[in-house]
Design a protein around this ligand. Sequence first.
Ligand code: ADP
Length: 623
Amino acid sequence: MLKSSQNSAHPSFSLKWYEKLLDVSPVGIFFTDIEGNCLEVNQRWSQIAGMSREKALGRGWIKAIYENDLNYIAQKWYEAAGKKEFFCEEYRFCTPEGQVTWVLGEAKPVFSDEGAVEGYIGCVTDITASKISYSQISQTYDRARTILQEMPIMLFAFDTQGKLCAWNTESERITGYSAEELIGADNVMELLCPDKSYRQEMLRLYKEKGDSYINWEWKITTKDGVIKTISFSNISEKYPIDGWANWGVGFDLTPLNDSESKLRERIKELTCLYKLSILSNQHNLNLEQLLDEVVQILPPSWQYPENTCARIIFEDQFFTTDLFKVTPWKLSSELHVRGKKIGLVEVYYLNEKPQEAEGPFLIEERLLIDEVALQLSRTIGHFYARRDLSLMEELAAKSNELERFSHSISHDLRTPLTAIGGFAQFLKKQIVKGNYADAETIAQKIADITTRMENRLNEILKLAKIGKIINPEDEIDFEEIIDDTLNLLANRLEDSSIDVKIEGPFPKIIGDRTRLIEVLENLVDNAIKYIGTAPNQITIGCRREDDKPVFYVMDNGIGIDTEHFEHIFELFWRLDSNAGGDGTGLAITRRIIEAHGGKIWVESGGQGKGACFCFTFGHVTAE
Ligand code: ADP
């Protein structure tokens, strides 16, 4: 069957060597005659085809071919044979047990010396393993392609000509442009970024960044004109892909940005309400100061703080932010207290803004202004209630004082009146008796008592007027008050050899200078009057209590028992009627101090322990 080669290179190289070669060949080898009848197969062929040599001979080999491939292979074989050409096809063997083996079958015609086809020699190579891995690869490839196509992240790629060549489903969903519309198109950038200057700026930046960037935000315009923020990452330098000159992924930040900005708006609104509640609880602010502060916290809570101004109208007063202007873009809410409209809270945009639920305003802003108006109405209501309460308290105190006052007046005036009445009777008797010398003495006594009464009435009148006399208020240096007072009392101090000690520092006071001198004069005058035995000393000073200044006039005189601490401030009250005073000084002093928003009290360890008169003022400034 095999012919020995006439050109054998070595004499010992014989046909046996070829037969051995057939045995060791890693490929199956077969020989057929011109009709395709199998003349011989090697061992490897039998292994691959799963058919013995004996069964394969003649037409037997055909049964080894997988049924489905048979027609196709036969056709190809006869085509090649007809043209005396090389045959090369992939096909399958199948054993009776059903085991399939993929092979690459190749065959060549064998020619006689005369050039006629004598038969065919061919080989089959088992390619099952590579077929399996190819199918696995293509499956993996298909899966990867599906993932890239359907993943919820935008995927884009440009080819070497700069034309878009990949645009997945998410890219289509986000932009509204289909792959069909964009792939290969010349105007992709114009469609996605229609704003020319923005596009040029981004392309300029792209030239700087090159094909390697992470999370670069672009404003993309969708097919229906919505602007979306996409974070693009280009990783083509790190992961080059054949045919994709530059590619990357994109993530739509718009929903995130939207919720972030909504959250920011809500935080602003909550901050506004929080500040409002803080201000509402600041009891040191009066109503005007409160409204002045509240109006300032409104613009920062609106969507465009820098283009927002606000106004609160309360009764006939206006409280506005700086740069206030009435414009057509207004949101307002009414203030109501005790069922009555007392004002308005208004917010204006200084220029036109895009349409929202409430004109250019958000629905949340409508809710916010209503809530602000409601809270503010409540706070104003509390102010009214507090004002009413303190008016009532003041009224009650005034009425108590009036009662005490009229009681002491009637008591103090009754005594001299009774005396006058008695003297008048006596006078009448003396006149009847013709005892004119005594009558004259009695008349003189009546005149003296009348003068004293007149003096007292003057004091009462003076006291009654104190609250009403409004001298212009000054910022006063308390040390000047001390100097003026000590000058007035200089002679008396000298006569009594009293040493006056000053213990500052003193803050400045807002008040009525003349009245304040009167206060200090009364207190120092009393300290001189009720001074004890030597060494005599009066101290005028100022100490701090609860961080507020407390002024005092202290002596080392006769002192006061605790039980008299309150009485001494009543009109005409005196501990010792033989002492020099008339009991009006401290009552007047208290009236003046209270008219200045302050308080006065006495501290003393009792008789012989000296007295310390302490007082405060409603308005003091820094020391
Ligand atoms: P007057 O001194 O004219 O009697 P005041 O109203 O000034 O009237 O004082 C009322 C009373 O308070 C005095 O009569 C005196 O009993 C008592 N008093 C006032 N100042 C002192 C003081 N520094 N030390 C002791 N007692 C005082």
